[in-house]
Design a protein around this ligand. Structure first.
Ligand code: ZN
Length: 198
């Protein structure tokens, strides 16, 4: 006999599959939701539907409500500088510092260590195309200071060489192995300000 009705089991399975959520916590969350009033649950369900409407910005691959993200739509951003990051959460972390006013390019991951190629899953050719089309003057490599992040930064630097664009890497202020999305704002802001040409 199942311990919970089907609707419960299904939700528990969904929540358990989320990052950092174990089966026990999933149970607690679902029980909590069960006790909420229907209006609140309806709001919650509608937020999920709205999530499905979101896209990747066709220019920089950050999260977007339409074709372009709010950063790409903002004409006041410095158009000559692109900050390359691994994931949309890194864009959010850098935006929170308020220390950067250029554009972004979300790579979509990193090269796995031990490999020298991207297997085509990273948006490298899209970056090269942008640098040539948009007359970019500087690309800031802001991949995480991990083995994979460094390897990826080196790979991108080589790919960018023929374009002649200035390439910089964020400073080593961040703890090695640490993630940009978890860095405090001051550290991240100084890592950006003290970036060096490579
Ligand atoms: Zn964009």
């Amino acid at each position: 006999m199942a311990l919970y009705p089907k609707a419960f089991q299904s939700l528990i399975a969904h929540f358990s599959s989320l990052p950092s959520v174990g089966p026990k916590m999933a149970e607690r969350v679902v029980l909590y939701l069960f006790k909420q009033d229907p209006g609140k649950l309806q709001d919650f369900a509608e937020s999920f539907e709205a999530l499905q409407e979101l896209k990747s910005c066709k220019r920089c691959f950050h999260i977007a409500e339409g074709e372009l993200c709010s950063i790409c739509q903002d004409a006041k951003r410095e158009q000559s500088i692109i900050c390359l990051v691994e994931e949309p959460l890194d864009v959010i972390a850098i935006e929170r510092t308020g220390a950067y006013h250029g554009l972004y390019h979300v790579l979509g991951g990193v090269i796995e260590s031990g490999k020298n190629e991207t297997n085509g899953h990273l948006r490298v050719s899209e970056l090269l195309q942008r640098v040539s089309d948009e007359g970019t003057e500087e690309v800031v490599l802001a991949t995480n200071p991990t083995t994979e992040g460094d390897l990826t930064a080196l790979y991108i630097k080589k790919k960018l060489e023929p374009t002649g664009v200035k390439v910089t890497r964020i400073a080593r202020g961040l703890a090695t192995g640490g993630d940009i999305e978890y860095a405090d704002e001051l550290t991240l802001s100084s890592a950006l300000t003290n970036r060096r040409q490579i």
